[in-house]
Write a protein that binds this ligand. Structure first.
Ligand SMILES: Nc1ncnc2c1ncn2[C@@H]1O[C@H](COP(=O)(O)OP(=O)(O)OP(=O)(O)O)[C@@H](O)[C@H]1O
Length: 761
């Protein structure tokens, strides 16, 4: 059965065999090749499948067959593609391919028939690839009712209906030849009518048959429609999966593009880096070129220098030749000199021997120097008294007054040994005088330092005693006087920036000791210096180099039963090798004293401070050893009880001070009198200094005097105490008989003039 088909036009379908899996479209490649809505293009799809060879051929290999479909159509949407090709199996097992090429247009083929395989688009020519298409109608006519034995469907269009015999209603035409019967020919007309009736019955039968066929065809079409709808759903899902895949592919493409962009950027960066590097290299190249130019210029300069040097070398060679000549002459002279050197070596040897002798003599001289020095010191007196008057200071100076000019004091002699004291007001008529003149007093000491005397002038006088300490003698230097008279200034000095002139006796003595020790080193003497610093307050000893907080009770003990040497228990002794170290120690002692001062006002002036340097010497040549002690003592301010008006603790302090000062005087007196018993232990101070007072020890006492007129009485008192010490020493030099004679004169006081007369005689 054939149906009228629409002409296919440019569409052509070549079908060999299509496998059921043909619904799987081949993978669509690049996104750019996917149709987009509204795109008009020619598409070619290849649907590949496999076909087995005829079953009669056992070795038949699978053959790949393809359905090629070319079309040119408007693709309105991607979903149209899903319906491009579909395949469904008919109920009879045959395969049917329906290919809608555009909306409402389909190409169908029924596989499995015995006839030639065709696709019968409406009115189009369909044929096997490469063969001329066979008209459908003729094919259908050749195989009527071929598919599944059914009659071919009746053509839908009335134009395709088989021609019907036109009934001659008018009766004018006969059935057989169209010849009109005569009216009278009833029989003939009856025959015609029977023939017409028969024809009409046939037509009726045909119509009934056609109606039946149309019903079948309608059912077939409905079935087909259902299948097509199923195929559409299937294709829709396929289209969705294709869309998802396309989306994945697009995502991949975007990833690839991103990666591409990333690589492009990286490449651009690499390019810019490379360009930068190229620019750097270019710059380096330029620099190197300029350096090369400079080096070339330098090389040119060097070449010219080499040329000039070569010329100079020639000159030097010539000079060298002349020098060689001179050298030869000198060598000749040298040989002569060698002889002379040998002679000189003999002379040097002789001189070395002389030197050794001289060194020995020098050592002997050093020993003699020590002895002589000591003799001189002894001749000068093992006990000496110096008087020092400080200048007026600050508020003490009235306008237009020279601070070194003191109205009530005179320094009359050129030797600097006498001080005259004159009371200008309120002369006490009962006051005893030395000069015999009321209100005027003369005092003579080993040395008197007026207010103009500097620290260095004062130290000159005591430096010999410091030397004695280095030579192995014990030396005590005291500063005695009323409060504010200049004892501490004399002993320690004042700190006024870096003014070295204000340095006191202690730092100067230290300086001299280290200097002399260095000088004596070449004579084989090595010294070890050990320092201690203590104060005695109210007969209690306190360590000024300790930690300042200790409540240790320090006791004075004899080092050995048969020796005079004493030691203080728990006292700090510091070995020093430099002067700087000693200044640090003095600072520490002063800080410790300052702490104590806060506890007891003005304590420093109410205590005795004893700075002691132990000097141990050893001669590495002679193995001779020495041990000398240098004690520098700042005594507490002396005050007369009746003048001070002290009470309570202050009274106790004053009594303690006066007692220890009186004991000092008694000890000195006992030493001068060569008494058997010396009362050292009556006070801490004399007990401590017992091996430094008396014997071969040297004692020097500074009596410091205030220039203030209101201190006249205290000044007089201090000078009298110092004179007593001085007299005792003078007595000690006298033969005992003469001493007894003087004592027998029963004079209350011994005048300076008497002593002077006795002394000079
Ligand atoms: N020769 C001097 N030249 C200049 N100033 C001096 C001299 N002697 C003492 N002074 C000054 O006089 C003041 C009192 O002196 P210093 O403190 O030495 O007296 P002191 O006798 O030690 O008193 P104290 O017993 O209270 O300790 C200080 O300011 C000191 O600098």
């Amino acid at each position: 059965m054939c149906c009228q088909r629409e002409p296919l036009g440019t569409k052509s379908v070549n079908v060999a065999t299509v496998r059921p899996t043909v619904s799987k479209l081949p993978a669509l490649t690049p996104r750019s090749r996917l149709p987009t809505p509204g795109m008009k293009q020619k598409q070619t799809f290849s649907i590949c499948g496999e076909k087995r060879k005829a079953s009669g051929s056992p070795n038949a290999a699978d053959k790949k067959i393809c359905l090629n479909l070319s079309m040119s159509s408007d693709v309105s949407s991607a979903s149209d593609l899903s319906t491009v090709s579909s395949l469904s199996r008919t109920s009879s097992g045959s395969r049917k391919v329906t290919v809608p090429v555009s909306r409402g247009k389909t190409v169908s083929r029924v596989a499995g028939t015995n006839g030639p395989r065709t696709i019968a688009p409406r009115g189009a020519a369909v044929g096997v690839a490469g063969k001329r298409p066979v008209p459908v109608a003729s094919t259908a006519r050749k195989a009527p009712g071929g598919a599944a034995g059914r009659p071919p469907p009746r053509p839908a269009s009335s134009t395709t209906r088989p021609p019907t015999t036109k009934t001659n209603t008018s009766g004018k035409a006969g059935v057989g030849g169209g010849k009109k019967r005569a009216a009278w020919d009833l029989k003939g007309r009856l025959q015609d009518m029977e023939a017409a009736m028969t024809q009409l019955l046939k037509q009726k039968e045909n119509l009934e048959m056609e109606t039946c066929t149309s019903g079948d065809r309608l059912a077939q079409m409905e079935e087909l429609n259902n299948k097509l709808q199923g195929a559409v759903v299937e294709k829709d899902s396929e289209a969705q999966s294709i869309q998802q895949r396309a989306a994945r592919l697009q995502q991949q493409l975007r990833d690839v593009e991103d990666e591409h962009d990333h690589k492009v950027k990286k490449l651009q960066r690499d390019i810019s880096d490379a360009e930068f590097e190229r620019a750097t290299i270019t710059r380096q190249k330029e620099t190197l070129e300029s350096e090369l130019t400079a080096v070339r210029q330098e090389a040119a300069g060097l070449r010219s220098t080499v040329a000039s040097l070569s010329a100079a070398q020639e000159g030097i060679r010539a000079e060298l030749a002349s020098v060689k000549l001179l050298l030869e002459a000198a060598q000749e002279a040298g040989r002569t000199k060698d002889g002379q050197i040998t002679d000189l070596k003999g002379v040097v040897k002789a001189q070395n021997e002389t030197m050794e002798e001289m060194t020995l003599k020098m050592r002997e001289h050093e020993a003699s120097r020590r002895k002589l020095h000591n003799t001189i010191q002894e001749l000068k007196g093992n006990i000496r008294v110096f008087c020092r008057v400080r200048p007026l200071l600050g508020d003490e100076i009235t306008s237009n007054e020279d601070p070194t000019m003191i109205s009530h004091m005179n320094f009359p002699d050129d030797d600097g040994k006498v001080v005259e004291l004159e009371k200008l007001n309120d002369a006490n008529p009962n006051e005893s005088t030395i000069s015999g003149k009321k209100g005027k007093y003369d005092f003579m000491f080993d040395r008197v330092f007026p207010p103009t005397s500097t620290q260095s002038i004062v130290f000159e006088e005591i430096s010999q005693l410091v030397q004695s300490a280095l030579d192995g003698y014990n030396v005590c230097i005291f500063a005695y006087g009323q409060t504010g008279s200049g004892k501490t200034f004399t002993m320690e000095g004042a700190t006024d920036g870096d003014n070295a002139e204000l340095m006191g006796m202690i730092p100067r003595a230290v300086e001299q000791i280290f200097r002399s020790a260095a000088d004596l080193k070449e004579k084989g003497w090595q010294y070890e210096v050990e320092v201690s610093f203590l104060e005695i307050y109210n007969e209690t000893i306190r360590d000024l180099l300790g930690n300042g907080k200790d409540n240790v009770k320090h006791e004075i003990r004899m080092v050995a039963a048969n020796s005079n040497e004493v030691a203080v228990s728990g006292l700090t002794h510091v070995k020093v090798t430099t002067e700087r170290k000693i200044s640090d120690l003095l600072r520490k002692a002063s800080e410790n004293r300052a702490v104590a001062e806060t506890k007891c006002n003005k304590r420093s002036s109410r205590s005795h401070s004893v700075f002691c340097m132990k000097l141990t010497g050893r001669n590495i040549h002679t193995e001779e050893t020495t041990l000398g002690l240098l004690n520098l003592i700042d005594l507490a301010g002396s005050e007369r009880l009746k003048d001070s008006g002290s009470q309570g603790a202050r009274l106790k302090e004053t009594q303690s001070i006066n007692s220890s000062l009186a004991n000092l005087g008694n000890v000195i007196m006992a030493l001068a009198n060569k008494e058997h018993h010396i009362p050292y232990r009556n006070s801490k101070l004399t007990h401590l200094l017992q091996n430094c007072l008396g014997g071969s020890s040297k004692t020097l006492m500074f009596v410091n005097v205030s220039p203030k007129e209101e201190c006249f009485s205290e000044t007089l008192n201090s000078l009298r105490f110092a004179t007593k010490v001085c007299l005792m020493f003078c007595f000690s030099l006298w033969p005992k008989t003469e001493l007894d004679l003087i004592k027998g004169q029963k004079k209350a006081t011994v005048s300076y003039h008497t002593l002077n007369r006795v002394y000079t005689n």
